[in-house]
Design a protein around this ligand. Structure first.
Ligand code: FE
Length: 198
């Protein structure tokens, strides 16, 4: 195969399509299985699953304890499991300590609770900079943390997928579990935002 420069490259969609076609032709993937897989991650697996986990943890202290002790098992109690969810570790954000997630190597991410990662999560700039200057990167993303809040950057890998348990916003104590789940965002569970009261 001849060398190509980045300028010669086709858009990612075309290259992906070519790869899919090649794999299909060689009998390495079944397109119907692939379609099902894509549909699953587009419609039924996503941050709404993680939001249910967080809302339950906010309203059920025993569940919260189980979630922090063994994330994978507690998340599976709600029926969420599968690829990239085998070793989920849940870390709690508090006013003293703020956790933010990255995968410095590639794009490891807890699929069963957050779905597929957003493009900024896979961006080399985010992956490199959030480790070096997390406070600056978070501020750029709209999250200004007090100077006395410690920031802990959690590096995901094939061994560990992190999930942030965000702080429950003040004034939401009387909301139902379902209402609370509606407030929890993907970004809050990655640690690049806080959950806001309605
Ligand atoms: Fe990775």
């Amino acid at each position: 195969m001849s060398e190509t420069t980045p300028a010669d490259r086709l858009p990612i969609e075309l290259r992906t399509e070519a790869l899919e076609q090649l794999l299909t032709e060689r009998g390495l993937v079944d397109p119907s299985v692939m379609d099902k897989f894509i549909q699953t991650y587009e419609t039924s697996v996503g941050p709404m699953n993680g939001a249910k986990v967080i809302a339950k943890a906010w309203t059920d202290p025993d569940y919260r304890e189980r979630l922090l002790a063994d994330g994978t098992a507690a998340i599976a109690e709600l029926g969420f499991k599968g690829p990239q969810g085998e070793h989920i570790v849940v870390v709690e954000n508090t006013p003293q300590r703020h956790n933010v997630i990255v995968c410095t190597l590639c794009s490891c991410y807890p699929w069963p609770v957050l779905g597929l990662p957003p493009s900024w999560y896979k961006d080399p700039a985010y992956r490199a900079r959030v480790v070096r200057e997390p406070r600056v990167v978070l501020a750029e993303m709209g999250l200004e943390l007090p100077a006395d809040t410690e920031i802990v950057v959690r590096d995901s890998s094939s061994e560990v997928r992190w999930l942030v348990l965000p702080e429950q916003p003040a004034g939401t104590e009387d909301l139902s579990e379902q209402e609370l789940a509606g407030l929890v965002t993907r970004d809050a569970m990655v640690g690049v935002a806080k959950v806001k009261a309605p």
